[in-house]
Design a protein around this ligand. Sequence first.
Ligand SMILES: [Cu+2]
Length: 275
Amino acid sequence: MNEPNHMRRIAIIWFALSVILTPIVVAVIAPTLPPGDATSAADNQLSDDTLLLGIVTPIAVAMIVYFAYTMIVFRRRGEPTEEGPATRDNRAVHIPWLVGTTAIVLFLATFGTVELADAGAGGGEGPEPAFKMTGDVLPVQVIAQQWEFTYRYPTYGGVETAHLELPVDKNVEFHVTSLDVIHSFWAPRLGVKADANPGVDNVAFVKPWQEMSFDIRCSELCGLWHGYMFDTGQVVSESAFEEWIHEQQRTFAPATKFLPKYSTQYFPEPERRAG
Ligand SMILES: [Cu+2]
């Protein structure tokens, strides 16, 4: 019996399926992935994930096709087949394998590094970020403590509020810190998830592109009421933001004057610490 060229058949099936499926995955499935494209940081993550999906689709197709092909074509029928001789070397397999995997890993390492330096990660870059947004930037401090977040606006007299509002289409510079244990400021729709560590100023940049509400959660197990540490933030028009922040300034004026001077970190008295 003349044995067909199995590798060529597998390659043809793989190629045909990849050509059909990769554009579908990239154009149809990828845009529905979280965190969406409502902010600059979220959109960067989405386009990175789209590229990764585009690369991984043909790889996944290769594995599934190979697996299915061997199960169907090489399955045992009737008498058990004899085991073939041990293979020690197969250049046709291992050279493309080494070249292919090395190229993918090196490309992804370069791509990841360039993207990080170019757009930040939304994950906070510590006190001296490599990526910075230039131009008009609104600094907003996120102060985590057991078990709530509060927000300080240093350019508005250092007022501290219990809610987060941001103006649309403005560059925002978060300064994330903590008064007690380790928390994490996570606003999925903003594409921001930054560690909140006591004594650390963790900077993360974002530009919200549309008016919306967004969930905020603590994503670091921080004690008994960790699960209760959530909030809803708003992205509003610039005029609505100005109105809101001035109202906050008026409402909290009596408290603001007793707050410590704005600083990138605070070292509260032990008795101020909860727990
Ligand atoms: Cu927390």
